[in-house]
Design a protein around this ligand. Sequence first.
Ligand SMILES: Nc1ncnc2c1ncn2[C@@H]1O[C@H](COP(=O)(O)OP(=O)(O)O)[C@@H](O)[C@H]1O
Ligand SMILES: [Mg+2]
Length: 356
Amino acid sequence: MRIIAVINQKGGCGKTTTAINLGACLAGLSRRVLVVDLDPQAHATLGFGVDQGEFRLSSYDLLMEGRDGLLSSDMIISLNERLDLIPSDVMLSAAEPVLLQRDGREHVLESVLAPLDGRYDFVVLDCPPNIGVLTFNALYACTEAIIPMESGLFALHGLAKLLETIDVVNGNREVPIEVHALATMFDRRTRIAHESLEELRKHMRGRVFRTVVNFNVKLKEASGYGMHILEYDPDSQGAKDYLALAREVLSARPSARKRRKKEGFLKPVVTEDGVLFTYYSPEATSVHVVADFNGWDTSGLPMENVAGTGMWQRFVPLKKGRYEYKFLVDGRWVSDPDNPRRAANEFGENSILEIA
Ligand SMILES: Nc1ncnc2c1ncn2[C@@H]1O[C@H](COP(=O)(O)OP(=O)(O)O)[C@@H](O)[C@H]1O
Ligand SMILES: [Mg+2]
């Protein structure tokens, strides 16, 4: 399941239009799609023709009730065979101060969307025009981000700030977000549109969609009538552009997204009183440090699983000296491949640690 956050702290740059119509076009190309309206202004909800009185539960409940709320509820509105919506309303603005009081406040959406894997091919998140707790939730939940930029008015300063924020989030994620800018409201006849697009491509070093969304009044009319563009006018330029964008999104290679941290050692951390050993393996069920300092006892020094991280750790009080160690991972012997200091013996190789 790919999760696309449509973000830009600037209002009016085409986020909602993109979330609605990219979502509808991915569904039109036979993908199962869920659009989540994460803006208290509820423009995506209205743009899909869903009125405020029509639903009881919304993205507010999604964030407040968590996983159980989502799975047991009628929070999901079916728009067509393959296109679903979680609507929002002004209540969502009340979620922000509540979330701010909670631990893990930026990871709520990530955990509530996780069980939907398998049910959808794409989740598209329409974000509010600011970088608050809702947008951070989207950034931790997503696999990729689209930044719509209004052509001719590209605010490159604002873009730089947004990319900085994404870098901070990436520093806390295992797999970085794949980011692409999207030129919207492009007016082919003007020189400024072409020039600013060139500038954007330079600035983003290639991370700009080849597809450009032209200015097309049908897109505006469609949302006014509460329809996506394939419904309102499938022959319009707007429909062609968003279908082209959907195809470009589909052609992105999934391999990079699947990249995961490899099982293995983290460099032992030497402190004044000893050494912290760390091994990364989300799949392992037991990991032991086995070493000369515990007489090579295979049950002596079990490592502790740090909940939810895949990390196994064990602190061993040690004085100055030279030590040989190995790890026993679910009964398998492993020596540290990144430690060039090794000693061979009849059983294979031990890693060497010297505390000076
Ligand atoms: N390609 C386009 N051509 C014409 N009008 C557009 C286009 N994209 C967006 N609009 C209009 O511009 C306004 C702002 O777009 P919107 O998608 O709501 O931006 P945001 O969600 O970033 O605030 C809306 O009235 C929308 O209908
Ligand atoms: Mg919007």
